[in-house]
Design a protein around this ligand. Structure first.
Ligand code: ADE
Length: 247
């Protein structure tokens, strides 16, 4: 998958895109990440990319000319890509959107800065605005990183075992089950017996039940939209009734 990032701060991406899973995915040719400096498309001597807002007021606005020139070029180079502006006004990012984006041939991520982007650029080039949550960042760069990392995990082969993605939080709308490693007893707390049993079916049942319990405890709102089987619903009722202990 190819992802182009358009920013006035390319160095922001240096370290995060050169570490861990993303780095390995790039090395293996699974991810083609390209960070572009918007200033390269500014034609004046000082490479200006912002200007004062019409109507007055605080803050600056991203000028249309460099941004449109950049997007014209990137969209021509990569016609299948979705052009996305990171902004607090966008669709709120979640695992459902991650999955949708993971199936696309590519993305062009535009990192908004200043007070905003000239509306005509949005109308002409932006397919969709994305927000990573209801709060305001100083720019879209942090949000673009979130999009890259989450979408990269959807690209086949990026995350080692498909099994581990299937068990992640949010895969089927639930939180993940708790995890344990050695020692079997730590500061007076034991690892649940089912996990020590070696009985794979019992372990799978325990994990499902505890995923339901964690979701009920920590994010009960997720249960309304989760993909639950009749067995899950019955288990939830038992958990609520205090009739399913955690061992
Ligand atoms: N830019 C500023 N705030 C943002 C947010 N919450 N999501 C995406 N981009 C942003």
């Amino acid at each position: 998958m190819r992802i182009d990032i358009l920013t006035i701060f390319p160095p922001f991406f240096d370290s995060p895109l050169r570490e861990g899973i993303i780095h390995r995915a790039r090395e293996r040719g699974l991810l083609d990440l390209r960070v572009h400096d918007l200033r390269a498309w500014a034609t004046d001597r000082h490479r200006v990319t912002d200007d004062a807002p019409y109507g007055g007021g605080a803050g600056m606005v991203m000028k249309p000319e460099p941004l449109s020139a950049a997007l014209e070029q990137l969209r021509t180079e990569h016609p299948g890509a979705r052009t996305v502006l990171l902004s607090p006004q966008g669709r709120v990012w979640n695992q459902g959107l991650v999955r949708e984006y993971g199936a696309l041939p590519g993305l062009i991520l535009v990192c908004g800065r200043y007070e905003g982007v000239d509306e005509r650029v949005i109308a002409t080039f932006i397919d969709e605005e994305v927000s990573i949550g209801d709060y305001v960042l100083t720019g879209g760069e942090t949000a673009a990183l979130v999009v890259v990392e989450t979408v990269a995990r959807e690209v086949p082969g990026v995350v080692g075992q498909p099994e581990s993605v299937r068990q992640d939080s949010f895969f089927d709308g639930l939180l993940d089950h708790p995890h344990y490693t050695r020692p079997a007893e730590f500061r007076g707390r034991s690892v649940p017996e089912a996990l020590l049993s070696g009985d794979h079916a019992a372990i799978a049942r325990w994990r499902r039940r505890e995923a339901l319990r964690q979701t009920l405890r920590k994010r009960p709102d997720l249960l309304e939209k989760a993909a639950l089987t009749p067995e899950d619903r019955a288990l939830l009722e038992r958990i609520k009734a205090g009739d399913a202990d955690e061992t």
